[in-house]
Write a protein that binds this ligand. Structure first.
Ligand SMILES: C[S@@+](CC[C@H](N)C(=O)[O-])C[C@H]1O[C@@H](n2cnc3c(N)ncnc32)[C@H](O)[C@@H]1O
Length: 350
């Protein structure tokens, strides 16, 4: 055997008992190998690195009311938590379709989902924006589907991975693209904005009360030295708004990041395009469940469901928002702002 000149690789060093960096959390990245560690993290109210904890699974499954043999589409696969519950509920004989914009996570999710079922089970996944899901369904389910799920926003894998640039808590490139192969990163977006445009964005996307001051401060800095990292952006906002208390400062930075993320990923345009297609995606009697996380999303979902009800496309829509139980909110703080709505396509008529 030839001797390798490569030095044996050491596990990365980290201070303390447990790794702190996302990439170093090797146990959390292999949940099937370390189930006890994963359970302990989840019981502690945290999300293991590289995972996403699905929200309101029971509530979603209740409103989707799936049966064996049905055809369903999950438009926001993420980690595949909801998808695996849906996939099981439509067996035997069901057809599972899934979509996600993220080219980094989708192959991992596909492997995970396929490992749950026999090779013959029909699964078809596609990396795409759900704004174009009707094109996918035109070939895969031309008669329409029995159920649709949309769980908006980002996955925990995206939020927690500093290299994706979504989080104001970790140093990383100021990117925020769900599909890093398309569009412009948040840092580039800042270069193209006027202070008035940035201010309007902060108001429209996050109801930011200090939009004018923050927009001016961000672009003043960005024009002197380009803001290219997450923590630099967070620090500019913190400096400008330092009179606020620590908690309100955190909320402010969070709102700024959310605003930018929405624009970088054209989230409202995609959502509006998707909402216009819903009645034509569903078979008669078909069900749709949508989870949103902030008022800009929920306003749109609520409006589209109401319009569909008034026009007779939907026979029933949720009267009230469904929220995670207190127990779920405590166990998974990321579920706190989630709002679930549903609609049912009329069985007769339109
Ligand atoms: C909250 S996560 C979904 C989590 C998933 N329900 C689960 O159980 O793991 C949202 C996912 O939607 C994807 N996404 C967001 N907007 C999208 C869009 N317009 N088209 C396709 N995927 C999108 C994101 O990439 C992310 O993976």
């Amino acid at each position: 055997m030839e001797e390798s000149s490569e030095k044996p690789r050491r596990r990365p060093r980290y201070a303390g008992r447990n790794p702190r960096n996302f990439q170093d959390k090797y146990k959390e990245h292999q949940p099937e190998k370390y189930p006890d560690d994963i359970r302990r993290i989840v019981e502690g109210g945290k999300t293991p690195a590289g995972m996403h904890r699905p929200i309101m699974v029971d509530e979603v499954m209740h409103v989707l009311a799936l049966s064996p043999g049905e055809t369903v589409v999950d438009c926001t696969l993420g980690y595949g938590g909801h998808a695996s519950a849906m996939l099981k509920a439509i067996q035997p004989g069901g057809y599972f379709l899934g979509v996600d914009a993220d080219p980094i996570e989708l192959p991992k999710t596909e492997a995970r989902l396929r490992s749950l079922v026999a090779p013959a089970v029909s699964i078809q996944l596609r990396r795409m924006n759900f704004a174009g899901v009707s094109n996918f369904l035109a070939t895969e389910a031309p008669e329409g589907v029995d159920a649709v799920l949309v769980d908006l926003g980002c996955s925990s894998m995206q939020l927690d991975d500093p290299t994706r640039g979504f989080s104001f808590k970790f140093e990383g490139p100021l990117d925020m693209r769900m599909n890093p192969n398309r569009g412009v990163a948040a840092s580039e977006l800042l270069t193209s904005l006027s202070p008035e445009e940035l201010e309007a964005m902060l108001v429209e996307n996050s109801d930011e009360p200090h939009a004018n001051r923050i927009a001016t401060a961000i672009l003043r800095t960005h024009r002197k030295v380009k803001i290219e990292s997450t923590l630099t952006l967070a620090n500019v906002v913190r400096q400008q708004m330092r009179g606020l208390g620590e908690e309100e400062l955190d909320r402010t930075v969070r709102r700024v990041f959310q605003s930018l993320r929405i624009v970088v990923n054209e989230e409202f345009q995609s959502l509006d395009a998707f909402l216009a297609q819903i009645p034509y995606l569903l078979k008669k009697g078909g069900r749709i469940a949508m989870i949103s996380f902030h008022s800009g999303e929920d306003r749109r979902v609520k409006g589209a469901f109401k319009a569909g009800f008034e026009s007779g496309h939907f026979s029933s829509i949720s009267k009230e928002i469904i929220r995670p139980t207190l127990k779920e909110q405590q166990s998974n703080p990321r579920s706190k702002s989630a709002k679930l709505r549903f609609a049912i396509r009329s069985a007769t008529g339109l």
